[in-house]
Design a protein around this ligand. Structure first.
Ligand code: KIV
Length: 272
């Protein structure tokens, strides 16, 4: 059997064609074991630069490097074999020019083997999205609350809460879709506007803190597993792993300190 026949990973055209069809299930993933566990249930895994905060305890995403994204991208690719894997372009690696964006994005694709990249920004990034897409790099766009702009936004604020903000956000969505983005993340956008944008563009919108009307949804895996001590208001927790980990650590510490465990546990026997 040829290598081609063994590949069963979903494709970018499949994601694009899910517009007005079945909802696109997306989660973030940063490491191999969790990627392997969730891979069968999702269409798309995003190696988000939120890993700066979640995995490395950074204050925001601005300190995340290309090398760090590549390291985690490789780990996720080793764990997941059916989902489309998208790797975030970190701050400072794509904004300057389409050429620099291509150099860095092609490095991400070469070194991780991922399917696509994601970058933040609306109309101002349209030229870059077009440049990358035309040269074989599928791009997922990200508009609305864009965390890499936290300093200029003055915090993580929901966008489009007043109708006078709507035209600019609608223009952002149109511009990235027309430039060739295969899907658009709508983050932290007021519900009626996110629904309206979804009806206006012909590529899938992927909501996070946006609207159930979006063509798909994404959550940070650790948030929905209950590992984040202060998740955003819109996050639904589907498990309580934070409490489970604390309970397991407590039980383990008790057992070790009491030395009351059977000899076969935590030990190796001598060979007979
Ligand atoms: O970095 C990230 O995890 C993201 C998602 C929240 C969309 O961009």
């Amino acid at each position: 059997m040829s290598v081609q026949n063994t590949i069963r990973r979903k494709t970018v055209p499949q994601i694009r064609n899910s517009k007005n069809n079945t909802p696109v299930v997306c989660l973030t993933a940063y490491h191999a074991h969790t990627a392997r566990l969730v891979d069968p249930y999702v269409d798309l895994l995003l190696v988000g630069d939120s890993l700066g905060m979640v995995m490395h305890g950074m204050e925001n995403t601005l300190g995340v490097s290309l090398e760090l994204m590549i390291l985690h991208g490789k780990a996720v690719m080793r764990g997941a074999d059916q989902a489309v894997v998208v790797v975030d372009m970190p701050f400072g690696t794509y904004e300057e020019s389409p050429q620099i964006a291509f150099r860095n994005a092609s490095r991400v694709i070469h070194e991780t083997g991922c399917t696509a990249i994601k970058l933040e920004g609306g109309a101002r990034m349209a030229e870059t999205i077009h440049f990358l897409s035309e040269r074989g790099i599928p791009v997922m766009a990200h508009i609305g609350l864009t965390p890499q702009s936290v300093q200029t936004m003055g915090g993580y604020k929901t966008q489009g809460r007043t109708t006078d903000e709507w035209a600019a956000l609608e223009e952002d969505a149109r511009a990235v879709a027309e430039a060739g983005a295969f899907s658009v993340v709508l983050e932290g956008i007021a519900e009626p506007l996110a629904a309206r944008i979804t009806g206006q563009i012909d590529v899938p919108t992927i909501g996070i803190g946006a609207s159930p009307a979006c063509d798909g949804q994404i959550l940070v895996l650790e948030d929905m597993l209950g590992l984040n001590p202060s998740p955003a208001k819109f996050v639904k927790e589907f498990a309580s792993l934070g409490a489970a980990i604390e309970g397991a650590a407590e039980a383990y510490a008790k057992e070790v300190r009491s030395r009351h465990f059977p000899a076969k546990e935590h030990t190796y026997a001598m060979k007979k």
